[in-house]
Structures are given as structure tokens and as C-alpha cells.
Write a protein that binds this ligand. Structure first.
Ligand SMILES: [Zn+2]
Length: 68
């Protein structure tokens, strides 16, 4: 009986064999695990939530008023 399950690395989406040969599962490697943990530690995920740059064109409307 062969039970070869694979999961996708949450960091790089590489297929990771789900077993004792993958001590860093669900990550593919220690590197990905550390990167992911480091990202959380640095709150990198907060930066991902930003406003779209499309609004910046109209974000600063210049009032073109003549002299009163
Ligand atoms: Zn990975």
C-alpha cells in the first residue's frame, strides 16, 4: 500500500511530499518555513493590504479657481 500524499508549499506552491521525509511540511524546505514565519514576524502581510494606485490620479484634485 502506497500512501504518497503531497501538499503545496504555502510559500512557493511546490509539491511537498507529506511524510517524515519532509520535516518542514507543509513547507517544501526550511527556507520557505523561515520566510513565512519571518514575514509574519515583520508583519509583511500588512503591507500587502494597500490601496490601489489607480485612485492616486484623482486623489489630489487641484482646485482651479480664478481670483475672487
Ligand atoms: Zn516552498
Amino acid at each position: 500500500m502506497q500512501s504518497s500524499r503531497t501538499v503545496s508549499c504555502p510559500r512557493c506552491a511546490k509539491p511537498v511530499p507529506w511524510g517524515p521525509e519532509s520535516p518542514f511540511r507543509p513547507f517544501c524546505s526550511e527556507r520557505c518555513k523561515l520566510i513565512d514565519l519571518g514575514a509574519w514576524a515583520n508583519e509583511e502581510y500588512r503591507v500587502a493590504v494597500k490601496h490601489s494606485d489607480d485612485d492616486q490620479d484623482t486623489a489630489s484634485p487641484e482646485p482651479e479657481r480664478g481670483a475672487p
